[in-house]
Design a protein. Structure first.
Lengths: 476, 275
């Protein structure tokens, strides 16, 4: 059950779904569904590693203690104490995340090598900690807003545990805000489940993960080299765009699976991807890529820092700060910080451009210019993904230099590998193209065309599965 | 209604796809090295192992185009693998079908670390051999075969042997200059001998091959150690060996023969052993 795409996970899912809908019917108790989900969440983590389950359980207990204290202060009418408790809770969560994820990085920066750094670097990273910590912070922040209702101990605790342990999204998102999730914790009936939607999300998710991402990984392996002086620019470019498609297929695939699983249990998770590679700017890209994280960062960090209400300079600083946090959130490595910084810089430049040319965005562009902007944005985003894939920024520099200067030399090109990489890019591009075509109302208006895609995806899942591998975002 | 439409679309596409599989000429290799290995193994099992001669080994043996001489000859050498996997497939397939090749060429190389590929062997048995699990039925293989049929139609890849790549030669000269752990070598050769003996018991004529590497590697410590160990376990008076002068062959990357040399080697092998 190590991955969402394993057979054992599918069996687990069926068993949990059966218990989820049958137990309340047999035992005539409504709260059982929540308990089934909590049990399933903890079992899922325990199956992978008991340490993961204990970490998650610890997070639940710590946060439930803060939630209980906040309820206590609310009952007493002490709003200030409630907000202070929420603040302390958020700080504790952030500290735990920092301890497990970043202590090694900062220890090596401050103390250099040595026993302390080795100790921190050797700390195991609990699976999904970045995601469930963000959930915990969201819960405390939302509850401090005072919208919580009067609830008994068991119901409240079950709500906290269910929100933090929900196995569909606690490992890798979509990051769901507490205020959006909490009202959904109630009795769900199987007849209310939109099975068509469940099927669509699961099919699309598994297709992207199993047939595209898992196969594409064989053709982007070259990006893990450190020196590209002997590589052909064509190869680097194809692998770069290939990785861009791979990371989309992997993460969007995971997100669709998570949304489909949640729907099976009657829960609606937020959309995480909205055809990001049709973006005509980096600003638009961040409205379409990992939407749940962008939205979380916007609500809990960008707005907290003042957003765009405190002048242009402060807006730029806030944008940069959010992107730096978003970057380092991905991992304890300077390359992620640099990746975030570069995205932040591009966002700031675009914002400056919009300030210099107000109203330009509202004008209708011609199709060629729009397409050119799309290509430029996709190329920039794809180049920035190199920081994710490659071993440090010196490798990114080496590859970039070769892209610009390598054309003078005749290089050996593995044509087959390049063609196969293009073959696996096709579904990702087709997915975005269909969206563009449908959006512009050109064709594909009827409802039946989608069955052709379902059939093709089922056929691919039957025949063209790639070697199973962990989701890229499981490490974050 | 929704499920019925989706299922109908699936079956229509499946039927069309099966038709396409019959039209597009299949390729001997797959889009990736491992795909090629699985394809070879599955093709061998699909034909019930009904061949006159089969060559097993690693990537060194995989360049030997024995199948070009006759469709009764089959090259089942696996890139990144070793002869053990091939011999195990011959044995298990033979047990099930009763067919064993008359001659089995076994490459004796230093592919020690490769070991038996259980995953590969698993993909020639049971569910691994189900129609939907065969490499030859994958859409990416179909695409690859189509591209190969069109793109390489008039091009013979590596028609002539490339010049020796000095950096590769330097790497292998260094890598093979030291003997490896003798116990490890003994264990590997003993396992090879065990498999060879099993095939001999089944009536196969087993020919042990020392596939030519670059001639400068011939007397290096690891090559000598391998040769001596193999001869100690499988001496020439009880086992058939086919050895050639390495100097006669061009080996561009120091360990894999060039296309022209591989053809020469195959001709010699066929003339000496099979005719």
């Amino acid at each position: 059950m190590s991955l969402f795409d394993s057979t054992s996970f599918l069996i687990f899912l069926c068993v949990v779904a059966l218990l989820y809908y049958l137990l309340p019917l047999i035992l005539k108790k409504d709260g059982l569904q929540t308990l089934v989900l909590i049990g399933a969440g903890l079992s899922f983590y325990a199956y992978l590693d008991v340490f993961y389950a204990l970490s998650l359980l610890g997070c639940c207990l710590v946060n439930e203690a803060f939630v209980a204290a906040m309820h206590h202060f609310r009952a007493k009418g002490n709003v200030r104490a409630k907000k202070v408790t929420a603040g302390i809770g958020i700080a504790v969560n952030a500290s735990i995340l920092f301890f497990f994820k970043y202590s090694g990085l900062f220890s090596s920066l401050i103390f250099g090598g040595g026993e302390l750094t080795s100790f921190f670097l050797g700390l195991p990273l609990p699976l999904g900690i970045s995601f469930y910590t963000f959930h915990a912070i969201s819960m405390l922040a939302d509850l401090s807003g005072g919208k919580d209702e009067e609830e008994g101990f068991w119901k409240r605790s079950a709500g906290t545990f269910c929100y933090l342990t929900f196995f569909a999204n606690s490992v890798s998102g979509p990051v769901t805000k507490y205020n959006d999730f909490r009202p959904q914790i109630k009795r769900h009936f199987f007849k209310e489940v939109d099975l068509k939607k469940v099927f669509e999300y699961l099919l699309l998710g598994y297709f992207f993960k199993v047939c595209v991402a898992n196969n594409m990984q064989n053709y982007t392996i070259g990006l893990t080299e450190t020196d590209f002086s002997g590589s052909s620019p064509i190869t680097i470019l194809v692998e770069m765009f290939g990785y861009s498609c791979q990371i989309f297929a992997d993460f969007a695939g995971y997100s669709y699976i998570a949304i489909g699983i949640a729907l099976l249990f009657g829960y609606r998770l937020p959309k995480n991807f909205d055809f990001p590679y049709v973006s005509k700017s980096i600003t638009e890209f961040w409205k379409r890529w990992h939407i749940s994280l962008s939205s979380w960062l916007k609500q809990y960090i960008y707005f907290s820092l003042g957003g765009n209400r405190k002048g242009k300079i402060r807006t730029y600083v806030n944008l940069m700060a959010v992107m730096l946090i978003g970057g380092i959130w991905h991992g304890a490595d300077w390359k992620y910080l640099l990746w975030g910084a570069l995205h932040g810089l591009l966002l700031v430049l675009e914002r400056m451009g919009s300030h210099l040319m107000p109203g330009k965005e509202k004008k209708k562009e011609n199709a060629v210019f729009s397409f050119a902007r799309m290509i430029v944005s996709f190329t920039l985003v794809s180049w920035l993904w190199l920081f994710f894939k490659m071993n440090g920024y010196s490798a990114v520099l080496s590859a970039t230099k070769q892209i610009f200067t390598g054309w003078r030399y005749a290089m050996v090109i593995d044509t087959t590998a390049l063609l196969m990489a293009c073959f696996y890019m096709l579904p990702v591009f087709a997915f975005h193209a269909v969206y563009l075509v449908a959006k512009n109302g050109k064709c594909l208006k009827g409802k039946n065309w989608k069955y052709f895609f379902y059939g093709a995806m089922m056929l691919a899942l039957l025949l063209n599965r790639g070697t199973s591998s962990a989701f890229i975002y499981f490490q974050y | 209604m929704f499920a019925a439409k989706a299922a109908a679309a699936f079956f229509v596409l499946l039927a069309l796809y099966c038709l396409l599989l019959r039209i597009v000429p299949g390729s001997d290799d797959g889009p990736g090295l491992y795909d090629t290995n699985v394809l070879k193994a599955q093709n061998y099992v699909l034909k019930n192992g009904d061949y006159d001669a089969v060559l097993v080994g690693s990537s060194m043996g995989s360049v030997v185009p024995i199948g070009e001489h006759s469709d009764r000859y089959f090259n089942m050498a696996f890139s990144g693998g070793c002869s053990l996997s091939g011999m195990e497939i011959i044995e298990t397939c033979g047990e099930e079908t009763g067919h064993y090749p008359d001659v089995v060429f076994v490459e004796i190389s230093d592919a020690l670390a490769n070991g038996v590929d259980e995953d590969l062997i698993g993909r020639t048995r049971g569910i691994g051999m189900a129609w939907f699990n065969r490499i030859a039925n994958r859409p990416d293989y179909l695409f690859y075969s189509l591209v190969k049929a069109v793109y390489y139609r008039n091009k013979e890849k590596n028609a002539t042997d490339y010049a020796v790549m000095e950096d590769k030669l330097a790497f292998w000269l260094n890598a093979k200059s030291k003997a490896v752990d003798q116990e490890e070598m003994d264990a590997y050769i003993a396992l090879t001998k065990e498999q060879v003996d099993k095939l001999k018991e089944k009536g196969c004529r087993v020919i042990l091959l020392e596939i030519p590497n670059h001639q400068e590697l011939h007397d290096l410590a690891e090559c000598v150690q391998l040769r001596e160990t193999a001869l100690r376990y499988m001496p020439e008076d009880s086992y058939e060996w086919f050895c050639v002068d390495w100097a006669d062959y061009v080996v561009p990357d120091a360990i894999h023969m060039g296309k022209h040399s591989a053809k020469m080697y195959t001709e010699k092998l066929v003339e000496t052993v099979l005719q």
